[in-house]
Design a protein around this ligand. Structure first.
Ligand code: ZN
Length: 309
């Protein structure tokens, strides 16, 4: 965040969060980045999604919906634990006997750490909407590959007062599984179309080559390679801070990473490539509120037309 003082950022995040809270759009839940949403907020998200669906209709994509928790073994087949260990969410529960239970309650009573008495379950929080798809796609793809329409809540452990940086939020995705060319075409189609959709609702986004915050020293090398290969674009716009714009949509080429990890092959026996577009629905709603105000009844008529308000 070259040159921007963190105090300035913090102040602008807090100011916008206070406005959203006062307007009842976000309902703070006592933990950074965790909110309830008003009916107006949800309505905006649903209407925006329908606008996306209309633009994606000609793909006749397979619609699939996966829960916000993911098979732990499937999680471990991705490289998320290497690249984003600090963002992961692991679900634990209590599996002890009655005596263990009493001990745990006593620890809690004494103000001690009782969470070490918990055991990991078979599930993790879903880190990206497309992750649950790949393990279901093992095997050989049809001749023309597959296009899949997904939406899921995803979890990222990055507590922040930036209202646009939530710990759990929805991604709406279109994923392409197929040849390298099909995947790249998909990524490029949605980079253009995503920008058009966002422009049509008054969001003047800018496309930038993404620089993911991969973890640690190995991660810095991955970030360089991601940037050099131009694998991922983000469509960014100012939400809470005009100095540090927020990515509201990303267009991502994974090469054959998931094809390899999950044994997904094209009809001619190559490891499948994949690409996805992900619309960050909460961030898009926040960008709409920031740009047009908190009352959709007063949004510009062309925006209201696109959203069928
Ligand atoms: Zn994805």
């Amino acid at each position: 965040m070259c040159g921007i003082s963190s105090d300035v950022l913090t102040a602008s995040y807090q100011a916008y969060l206070d406005q959203l809270t006062a307007a009842g759009i976000l309902i703070p839940l006592g933990v950074k980045g965790l909110y309830g949403h008003s009916g107006v907020f949800e309505d905006v998200i649903e209407r925006f999604e329908r606008a996306v669906t209309r633009r994606g209709a000609h793909f006749k994509a397979e619609v699939m919906r996966f829960p916000a928790i993911l098979n732990r073994q499937h999680y471990l087949k991705t490289n998320h634990i290497e690249t984003f260990p600090d963002l992961m969410g692991s679900v634990h529960s209590f599996t002890g006997n009655e005596r263990d239970h009493v001990q745990m309650l006593q620890k809690r009573e004494r103000g001690e750490d009782w969470t070490r008495d918990l055991t990991p379950t078979e599930v993790m929080m879903t880190p990206a909407a497309c992750y649950p798809l790949y393990p279901t796609a093992t095997g050989t793809l049809p001749e023309n590959g597959r296009t899949v329409d997904l939406r899921s809540f995803v979890f990222r452990h990055e507590p922040s007062i930036d209202p646009a940086r939530m710990q759990i939020f929805r991604q709406r995705e279109y994923v392409r599984l197929g040849t390298a060319e099909q995947a790249l075409d998909h990524r490029n189609y949605w980079l253009k179309t995503g920008e058009e959709i966002l422009n049509s609702v008054g969001l003047k986004v800018e496309a930038v080559v993404a620089n993911d915050p991969f973890f640690g020293r190995g991660g810095r090398m991955m970030a360089v390679s991601q940037k050099e290969q131009v694998l991922k674009y983000e469509l960014v716009i100012a939400i809470a801070s005009s100095e540090k714009p927020t990515a509201i949509t990303s267009c991502n080429c994974h090469l054959d990473h998931f094809g390899h990890s999950f044994g997904i092959k094209t009809a001619d026996g190559q490891y499948a490539h994949s690409a996805c577009v992900g619309f960050g629905l909460e961030r898009i709603a926040l960008a709409l509120f920031k740009t047009h105000g908190f009352d959709p009844d007063h949004w510009p008529s062309d925006v209201r037309n696109v959203l069928e308000l």
